[in-house]
Structure formats: structure tokens, C-alpha cells
Ligand binder design. Structure first.
Ligand code: NOJ
Ligand code: CA
Length: 534
């Protein structure tokens, strides 16, 4: 929210909404980059790691905010964008000006155009190359992302020391950890002669050790869209590297499952990402501030998701993804939204919700690239959705069509007990009372129907079971909990009074409506009395 009326959200505004967030039940908030930046990639191009972009307030406002969050038991995670800086960062300015500069070797240079300059772009179609010539340096510099984001030479010990200093600075100001941007690229070898980049995983351990040493309960949540066979390299076999990772594998296969009603590849993705250290955890999400990257699906699977959720060219981005928010992708269909969110809250890991998705907010495809799903939060029916008193918010509020703030806003949904907002609040409350999902082991159960996913978790002598019907028609399934003993005959529904009692052989027959879902406890509601210590 914009407290000072200049059309941009700021820390004071965010501070005023902490009670709303607390009421929703969130336990942590992830802030996108807010440091000084020319803002050519929404802050992912930092020009000073130790300052707040004046548009958002001052360092003082930031500390007020972390204090307010702490008072409400909300942890603050911030983005750690250290793969690259802005080209306006004084380090880069100094480096390009003077070959003798101490910062020269903080970046990656080449006297000639490297042969692989037209390879490895992260934003194909928009970004033309990964090397650009700098007229002042009279050399070429490497940029994995846009040309205004020169890569830091992260193999340089001086750069590594600076990264630790940046972490140390912000945790001192009250943050509980970092969403680390572009981790595979941070730890990659970089240079004009690097044809096969190699990940230097050990670097991750040094980041973690530093953090753990300074503040024992802070974490790093890695953005690493990698293949399952390298996951443990990121977590570390002994749980000595990243505390958390976003599960991109599950994310992409989840969208495939929603598009095709075939849950098999999703189950496989869950099984392939099952191993993690006891102290590590997956972040489970539907959408984030970027495009929905479908690059890890097969061509046919990707096409299936495009056809279902983003058939038009303007819906798609970088030849691999969809740039829409979840609600418009699912045609605003409440049944499908609940199904998707119910999955997000019950798949193995920690759910990560994007602001506005608790209302079913839409997107603005007239905005470029990924900005389309970064429009201001829709608080009320007041001008500009109650986001700002300014007539011209820097990013326009969605103001027409079915997703306009007149129809989708927090104030009205607060008063409607059936709203998406109140549904989300209730589901978060229940999710917190089912720690089995985060801590337990899971098993995918056979339902005899590829459209119906059955998942059971076991933890400390208790079990929970979830059913999700991804088909557009009702489905009846018969299944066994896979557990033995009389106690396991009943499934207690956690969201309604529709319980299930096992038949002759202990099997359950459940009829699920189109896109229906069920959250059950196996046994009874005496689970807290039954819970064992291990
Ligand atoms: C990943 C971020 O999520 C994205 O928004 C950004 O453009 C790139 N990293 C570059 O920092
Ligand atoms: Ca402002």
C-alpha cells in the first residue's frame, strides 16, 4: 500500500497492513527486492545492497516494519540478489572505468566476443545475448540475465565475503532469512572459456554456516529450478546447505495435472523430489511474480498446459511459460481455484502464497513481460482499489473487467463468509493444525483412477489422507488407507461433516464432485492424545 501518496507501495503502507496479513494466518512474508535500484527489472538490479530504495522509505521505516512483523510473530524473508548487480552499481562503474580497479575482477570480462555469447539467455525472445561489449571498459562482460545486470564473479573470494556481509547486515535489521535469487547461476563457474558450467556447491555451505553462526533460526530459501537428481546437492546430504528450495518440478507437473486431469506425472514428480534432509523443506507454490515456467515438461505436456491455460501468444512468455495469474488461468472457476489451492496446501512442503491470490486477483496483459501479474493489491472499492490516494499509481490497478478492484477486493470479501479470502483464511488455519504434511512421510495411494490423487502422511503415530479429483466430472473411488487396525476404519473429514467409514475389507468408497477435494484424519479426532514423541 502507498502511505505517502506518490503512487508506489512503501514500508509504511505495508506496515499498516500487517494486521490483515496476521489475520490471514501467514507465518512469514517474502519481500521482493527493495534496495536501491534503477528498477529496470523490478528491483532485481541492485545498485546499493545496503540501502532502501527511497521510493519505499528509509532504513528506519524498514526496521519499523521488521519490528511490527516480529510483534505479530511473522518472519521476514528478503530477496538476496547476488548473482548480478545493476550496471549502475558503483562497483561496476568503477570496474569498467579502470582495469586496475579492485572491482574489475568482481565481474566477468573478455577481450573478445566469446564464442558462446548467443547462448544461455534466461529471457529468450527479449534478451539477445549473454555477453555485451562495454564501450568504456573496451571489453565484453557476462550477463546471464538482461544486459543491465552484469554477473558478479562469484568465484572471487572478495565477492563471496561481500555476500556474507550483505546477509549479516540485513539479519541485523530483523530479517529471518533470504529467498536466494538464481542460485544455480550464483554457484556456477563463469567466464569466456566456460563451455560446460560447473556448480560449486560447496559455496552453499559457506553461506549457510555464516547465517547459522550469526542467527541460529534464519534460513535460505533457494530459487533453483533444477532437475531432481541434483536436489540433494542443494540441500546437502547432511542438511548442511540450503534450508529450503522451491519445488519447481512439482509446480510444473501440478499445472500439467490440472490441465490434463492426469495425476500420474505429478505423483512421479513428488516421488522424485521426496528425498530431503530432515531439516530441509520444499516450498510449494502455484504462481509467483515470474512467468509459470513450463520448461521442464515435455513438449507435448507443455502444449497441453498452454492449450488449457494460456492459448494466446499474449498469455505466453520466453517460449516456455505462461505469464497469467492463477485465477484467470482457471477461468475464475471457484471449484478449480479451491482444488488448486487445496493441492498447494497439502502437497509435501511449506505452502507459499502470492499476495492477491487469496482474493483470486487477475492480471493486466497490456503490461510488459512479467509486470502483468505485479499489479497493486486490491484492498477495497475505493479509487485505485484503496491502494493509493494518487490518481496515477506507477503500476496501474486492475480497474475493469471481472477482475477489476470493483469486483475483487479484500474489503468486500472480508464481509462475505463464502469468499475466496475467508476460504483461504480457514484453510490456512486448518493447514497449521496438520503438521503431518510438513513433517511426515507421504505415500501415494492407489485409487484406480488417474484423475484422483490420494495422498497419505504419517507422523508421530498419526495419519492424514487427502483426496483430489482433477476431473471435470464427479468420480467415485474405492481405496484403502493402506494402514492396518480397526482404528483406521474411519476417515474424519476436517472441512465438513462428510466422514467415511470403511466397508467390509476396510476399504473406503468416496464420491467426489467435479474438482472435489477431501481432507481426512485417519482414525478420529483424538489424534493429539494419540501423538507419540517420535
Ligand atoms: C529470478 C527472479 O525471480 C526474476 O524476477 C528476476 O528477473 C531474475 N531472477 C533476475 O534477478
Ligand atoms: Ca509510496
Amino acid at each position: 500500500m502507498d502511505a505517502n501518496g506518490d503512487g508506489i507501495g512503501d514500508f509504511q503502507g505495508l506496515m499498516r497492513r500487517l494486521d490483515y496479513l496476521h489475520g490471514l494466518g501467514i507465518t512469514a512474508i517474502w519481500l521482493m527486492p527493495f534496495q536501491c535500484s534503477p528498477g529496470r527489472d523490478d528491483g532485481y538490479d541492485i545498485s546499493d545492497y545496503y540501502g532502501v530504495n527511497p521510493a519505499y522509505g528509509t532504513l528506519g521505516d524498514f526496521v519499523e516494519f521488521t519490528h511490527g512483523a516480529k510483534q505479530r510473530g511473522i518472519r521476514v524473508l528478503i530477496d538476496l540478489v547476488v548473482n548480478h548487480t545493476s550496471d549502475e552499481h558503483p562497483w561496476f562503474q568503477d570496474a569498467r572505468r579502470d582495469p586496475e580497479s579492485k572491482y574489475r575482477d568482481w565481474y566477468i570480462w573478455s577481450k573478445t566476443k566469446p564464442p558462446n555469447a548467443n547462448k544461455g539467455m534466461v529471457f529468450p525472445g527479449v534478451q539477445k545475448s549473454t555477453w555485451s561489449r562495454d564501450a568504456m571498459a573496451k571489453e565484453w562482460y557476462f550477463h546471464r540475465f538482461y544486459d543491465f545486470q552484469p554477473d558478479l564473479n562469484t568465484s572471487n573470494p572478495a565477492v563471496q565475503a561481500e555476500i556474507l556481509k550483505i546477509m549479516g547486515f540485513w539479519i541485523q535489521l530483523g530479517v529471518s532469512g533470504f529467498r536466494m535469487d538464481a542460485v544455480p547461476f550464483v554457484i556456477s563457474t563463469k567466464g569466456p572459456n566456460v563451455t560446460q558450467p560447473r556448480e560449486q556447491y560447496d559455496m552453499l555451505r559457506s553461506f549457510r554456516e555464516f547465517l547459522q553462526w550469526r542467527v541460529g533460526d534464519s534460513i535460505i530459501l533457494a530459487e533453483a529450478n533444477v532437475l531432481p537428481n541434483t536436489d540433494m546437492q542443494y540441500f546437502g546430504d547432511a542438511g548442511d546447505r540450503m534450508h529450503m528450495m522451491f519445488n519447481f518440478q512439482v509446480n510444473q507437473n501440478l499445472f500439467y495435472a490440472l490441465a490434463s486431469s492426469d495425476t500420474r506425472p505429478l505423483a512421479k514428480a513428488m516421488q522424485r523430489t521426496e528425498s530431503r534432509p530432515a531439516s530441509g523443506q520444499w516450498g510449494i507454490f502455484l504462481r509467483n511474480h515470474d512467468e509459470l515456467d513450463l520448461g521442464r515438461l515435455t513438449k507435448a505436456q507443455r502444449q497441453r498446459v498452454f492449450d488449457a491455460f494460456g492459448p494466446n501468444k499474449e498469455d505466453q512468455l520466453y517460449n516456455r511459460g505462461i505469464r497469467r495469474r492463477i485465477a484467470p488461468m482457471l477461468g475464475g472457476d471457484r471449484r478449480r481455484l479451491e482444488l488448486a489451492y487445496s493441492l498447494m496446501f497439502t502437497l509435501p512442503g511449506t505452502p507459499v502464497l502470492r499476495y492477491g491470490d487469496e482474493l483470486g486477483m487477475g492480471d493486466d496483459l497490456s503490461l510488459p513481460e512479467r509486470v502483468c501479474c505485479r499489479t497493486p493489491m486490491q484492498w477495497s472499492t475505493e479509487p485505485n482499489g484503496g491502494f493509493t490516494k494518487n490518481d496515477k499509481p506507477v503500476v496501474p490497478v486492475i480497474s475493469d473487467g471481472p477482475y477489476g478492484f470493483q469486483h475483487i477486493n479484500a474489503a468486500e470479501q472480508r464481509r462475505d463468509s463464502n469468499s475466496m479470502l475467508n476460504w483461504t483464511e480457514r484453510i490456512i488455519r486448518m493447514r497449521k493444525e496438520v503438521p503431518e504434511i510438513g513433517w511426515g512421510e507421504f505415500e501415494v495411494l492407489d485409487t484406480g483412477d488417474d484423475s484422483v490423487l490420494a495422498l497419505r502422511y504419517d507422523w508421530k503415530n498419526n495419519s492424514v489422507l487427502f483426496l483430489h479429483n482433477l476431473a471435470s466430472e464427479p468420480r467415485e473411488v474405492e481405496l484403502s488407507t493402506g494402514l492396518k487396525g480397526k482404528d483406521n476404519d474411519s476417515l474424519i473429514n476436517l472441512l465438513s461433516n462428510d466422514h467415511s467409514r470403511g466397508g467390509e475389507k476396510g476399504n473406503h468408497r468416496v464420491c467426489l464432485e467435479a474438482y472435489g477435494y477431501r481432507w481426512y484424519r485417519v482414525g478420529g479426532l483424538d489424534y493429539l492424545l494419540k501423538r507419540s514423541e517420535f
